[in-house]
Design a protein around this ligand. Structure first.
Ligand code: ARG
Length: 559
């Protein structure tokens, strides 16, 4: 709320504080009962030669009420302000709509986001799901802030995995469906694990593919097409849409050329038969093995250069499991060390692991946790919950699908992404807790009140919203744009999901209070009060809807 923040900054200016610094310092207090806006005085202490509490006292003294602010109180190093509720409400509720939180801040800037990025022939695993879900949310958030986003799926389409598939093919013939592919891959990799000769065979195939052998390429193309179809099924359900699909194979040749060039330029050096780039501090980055082949990391260097040439990015984000942290540190240090001045624009957006029953959910040969099965399971369980809660609901199947998907997505985005996830169906599907289904449920209940009340009114009187529970909601609604901005800037969708959860919880409290006390009901008898409360309910609804969509979750109207 620009006007109100500006009013706070003006008070600070009146007290002799630099206006620009004050503008940047205005915040919403963490403890919300302290005030509506606050001015932390730490940044001014130095310039004024006074300790922060003295600065705060001075600002509070300079305060006089106006049309925006009604009070100011110094509390330690902070000044806490209360805004004119009516004026604030009159500005906040009309601003809440389908465009809430949208801005032009990123206009003219490009962000490349590498997310999803699974490996061919193998099934999609949990960490690929997290990467896809987080990456898509970040794409949505940056687009909402006006950036041009290039969402990029970078397939792992070279290496011994394909060789293992080939070993399987040699044993049992060419697979035709994706399921046969998976089985053939599992067979091949079991054979390789049991027999070193087979493993050599897999390496041989990997090498043939690197050398553009037509037979190897033919198999590669088929595996790629089938894998993409299988990934597509998962991505469609999750609302994941990439703009570009690349893969490591396109960089194999260029990776060799790069290593040769770096050696010539003295930017890489021979080490133990291989070639490394010194990274200054980090472990040197191995870019060619002693057998002459390049690595994942070498291809990542070439890919970064290629992407910079193609897209001219302001930032490039790699949304990848925290297990690859060392890899990305070495990669970025290498980019800087070979003299690429944009190396600092690359960031690893690291997320925590998915744990099931306390241990890491991963495929061991043969027993894979496949994402499509996870999503189907979610849908099945959600259907059971929906049947129990609302048996009369139309179109239960598609509601169940949306609820199951929301559960999985929110489990990825509901908490800071670096935290590990303890995946538990009952928890993530709960209609009562910090979950996707809970948010959908609160959204649907707001829709239901609006249906009964005949929708949002054109005219309403802000002074009718005088209860503290209503004021809490107004303040939350006003925070959406800032939450979206922070979620994007810090690559942390939980800034947004936390706000949505708080808003949903407070709306539930309001609702519960109305059930106990008829004077607090939205659909109360007094027409003017009812109109104002319907307007508020509608603003809650649109705020939840916009926020959920940004996270990739479908806001349901009925469930
Ligand atoms: N395919 C890799 C994996 O499954 C992730 C790739 C991430 N992106 C990148 N540019 N390294 O672990």
């Amino acid at each position: 709320m620009k006007e109100f923040e500006e009013a706070v900054a003006r008070v600070a200016e009146k007290a002799g504080l630099p206006l620009d610094l004050a503008r940047g310092a205005v915040a919403v207090p963490k403890e919300r009962d302290r005030g509506d806006l606050s001015l932390p005085c730490f940044p001014f202490a130095k310039a004024l030669g006074q300790p922060p509490p003295a600065v705060a006292a001075r600002v509070a003294k300079a305060f006089a009420p106006d049309e925006w602010l009604v009070s100011a109180e110094a509390q330690g190093p902070f000044v806490n302000f209360r805004v004119n509720r009516k004026a604030f409400t009159e500005r906040t509720l009309p601003a809440a709509g389908p465009e809430s939180g949208r801005s032009a801040e990123g206009n003219g800037k490009t962000i490349v986001i590498d997310y999803g990025s699974p490996n061919l022939a193998k099934p999609l695993l949990f960490h690929h799901l997290r990467s896809a879900v987080i990456g898509q949310a970040l794409s949505n958030l940056f687009r909402w802030r006006g950036y041009r986003v290039v969402g990029l799926n970078y397939l792992g389409d070279v290496g011994t995995a394909l060789g293992k598939l080939m070993v399987g093919i040699e044993a049992s013939g060419e697979p035709r469906t994706i399921d046969e592919y998976k089985r053939t891959y599992v067979e091949g990799s079991r054979a390789c694990a049991a027999d070193p000769a087979k493993m050599d065979r897999a390496r041989h195939w990997a090498k043939r593919l690197e050398e553009d052998d037509p037979e190897a390429i033919r198999h590669w193309e088929k595996a790629r097409a089938l894998s993409l179809r299988a990934f597509g099924e998962v991505y469609d359900r999750l609302g994941v849409r990439h703009d570009v699909v690349d893969g490591e194979r396109m960089y194999v040749r260029r990776a060799q050329e790069l290593v040769d060039r770096l050696l010539r330029d003295g930017k890489a050096e021979e080490s133990e038969g291989g070639v490394v780039i010194p990274t200054g501090g980090e472990t040197p980055f191995l870019v060619r093995k002693s057998d002459g082949t390049t690595l994942y990391g070498t291809r990542d260097i070439v890919a970064a250069i290629d992407r910079f040439e193609r897209f001219g990015f302001e930032r490039m984000l790699y949304v990848v499991d925290v297990a690859q942290e060392q890899h990305f540190r070495q990669l970025f240090a290498s980019l800087a060390n070979v003299g690429l001045d944009w190396a600092g624009r690359c960031e690893h957006v690291a997320f925590g692991q998915v744990l099931v029953g306390g241990s890491r959910a991963k495929t061991r040969e043969g027993e894979s946790v496949e994402l499509i099965d996870v999503l189907r399971e979610g849908e099945k369980r959600a259907l059971a919950v929906v049947e129990e809660k609302n048996a009369a609901l139309k179109d239960k199947e598609s509601v169940a699908r949306a609820v199951g998907t929301a559960a999985v997505i929110f489990c990825d985005l509901g908490f800071p992404i670096r935290k590990n996830i303890h995946f538990d169906w009952d928890e993530i599907l709960s209609f009562d807790g910090r979950t996707g289904p809970y948010l959908q449920y609160v959204h649907a209940s707001a829709c239901s009140i609006l249906r009964k009340g005949g929708g949002a009114p054109a005219a309403w009187d802000a002074s009718r919203l005088s209860h503290d529970l209503e004021w809490d909601l107004v303040r939350r609604i006003a925070e959406l744009p800032a939450a979206v901005g922070r979620a994007a800037a810090e690559c942390e969708p939980s800034h947004l999901s936390s706000l949505l959860y708080d808003l949903a919880r407070e709306f539930r409290s309001y609702h519960t209070a109305g059930a106990r006390d008829a004077t607090l009901r939205v659909l109360t008898d007094d027409a003017a009060t009812r109109a104002a409360r319907l307007k508020l309910t509608d603003a809650v609804r649109t705020t939840l809807a916009v926020g959920l969509r940004l996270l990739g979750i479908e806001p349901l109207e009925e469930m």
